[in-house]
Design a protein around this ligand. Structure first.
Ligand code: SAM
Length: 387
């Protein structure tokens, strides 16, 4: 049975425009099923970070984790970042989401996904989960283990699934050590195989008496196969990819630690920007206080705004989009004009540094004289034919 295409809407990036069908996902008010002919890549909505293509079932784990502003959250298997960005948006301008992933190339994509959605709370670290757990046990309010699973293999053998189950159990055990007393962990996979889902969780609970399931329900989702309090979704009943997710809570015993290090020197900008703007290498980044001070090696920290020169800052497109929605002066242009600007047109526009559409989506930074202003986009971004 085919699955339904779905997207997730960014709550700070305006209203979607011109889709053939948008149906609210029953378990997530920011989720939408789209029409089969709707390709997000053709849409300005995607390029302005309003829309992120994400299977509707894959939106469930972060709903169970329910991150709150100010919290420390660790996403242990984070790339390419669908769920890290969902967590970062939920944290807003307070807290930190630390993203780990064993694959450096996938971590590079993760950095882009976070930037596109303007996430300031993120720290992407190359530190392996086991090392982090060894050094900072009990540092997180919430941890997500969206485990590598057989759902990504074309026709997995029993042996492959057994090996994956061992790996999943190991990552889950390491990840659990990161959770503070009373904190929570969500374990999820995109396979319907019991051996990688209920069996992994049951083995973990048997070996860790300080943990218990925290049963959850969501509209339209099914219960897990063992009555553990987890959720299952799939093509036949929900129109999604196969999915399993369960929330576990730690009891009140155990170590407590923090990721807090020294606060960096703030870098002033001409406009108020939520959180801190700091210098990182030759760049200015907008970052939550907790992500700025997070004492971990980082490949990405906050949202890269632009390169700093003696004369000011050369804005990066996704940084500029983030600023345009966060209090920096922006010119409002109609959606049609926005598509033309995106395609390379010039037009007379008021002298504000940034542009947003009349539906609230941030376009980016404007350049050129007042009577022929253009949108400053790097050449590798797709320009033509966007609606
Ligand atoms: C299912 S994918 C994660 C998808 C991601 N959570 C998202 O929503 O975009 C599993 C990820 O686990 C990573 N991985 C595999 N083994 C790992 C390990 N031992 N520690 C951390 N990450 C690992 C893989 O590189 C892969 O990116």
């Amino acid at each position: 049975m085919p699955t339904r295409r779905a997207i997730r809407l960014h709550p700070l990036r305006g209203q979607p425009t011109g889709w053939s069908a948008l149906e609210v996902v029953p378990w997530h008010d920011a989720g939408r099923f789209t029409g089969d002919g709707d390709d997000p890549g053709d849409r300005l909505d995607y390029h302005t970070g309003l829309v992120y293509p994400q299977d509707a079932a894959s939106q469930v784990p972060v709903l169970l984790l329910a991150p709150r502003p100010g919290e420390v959250v660790i996403d242990t298997c984070a790339a390419p970042g669908s769920k890290t960005s969902q967590i970062g948006i939920a944290l807003g301008d307070a807290g930190v989401v630390v993203a780990c992933d064993a694959d450096p190339r996938r971590r590079a994509v993760l950095g882009e996904v976070l930037a596109r959605q303007g996430v300031t709370a993120a720290v992407v670290t190359p530190m392996p989960v086991a090392v982090l757990a060894e050094r900072r046990p009990g540092c997180a309010d919430g941890v997500l283990v969206d485990a590598p699973c057989s759902g990504h293999l074309p026709s997995p053998t029993e042996r492959q699934c057994e090996r994956l189950a061992v790996k999943q159990g190991r990552i889950l055990a390491d990840a659990a050590r990161l959770v503070r007393p009373g904190g929570r962990l969500v374990y999820s996979t995109c396979t319907d195989r019991r051996i990688e889902n209920e069996d992994v969780v049951r083995a973990f609970l048997d070996a860790n008496p300080g943990w218990r399931p925290d049963p959850a329900t969501l509209p339209g989702c099914d219960a897990d196969l063992d009555g553990l309090g987890g959720l299952r979704l799939g093509a036949e009943r929900q129109g999604t990819e196969p999915f399993f997710a369960i929330r576990l809570v730690r009891d009140q015993d155990g170590p407590v630690d923090t990721l807090a290090g020294d606060a960096p020197e703030p870098l002033p900008l001409p406009w108020p920007v939520p959180g801190t703007v700091m210098r990182l290498g030759g760049h200015a980044v907008a970052v939550t206080a907790a992500a700025a001070a997070c004492a971990l090696p980082a490949e990405v920290r906050g949202l890269r705004l632009g390169r700093i020169h003696e004369r000011g800052c050369e804005w990066q497109p996704w940084g500029a989009q983030g600023l345009a929605r966060r209090g920096a002066p922006a010119t409002v242009v109609a959606h049609g004009d926005a598509a033309a600007l995106w395609a390379g047109a010039t037009m007379a526009l008021p002298d504000a540094p940034f542009a947003v559409t009349d539906r609230g989506a941030p376009l980016g930074v404007l350049a050129g004289p007042p009577d022929a202003r253009r949108l400053d986009l790097p050449s590798r971004m797709r320009r033509a034919g966007l609606r």
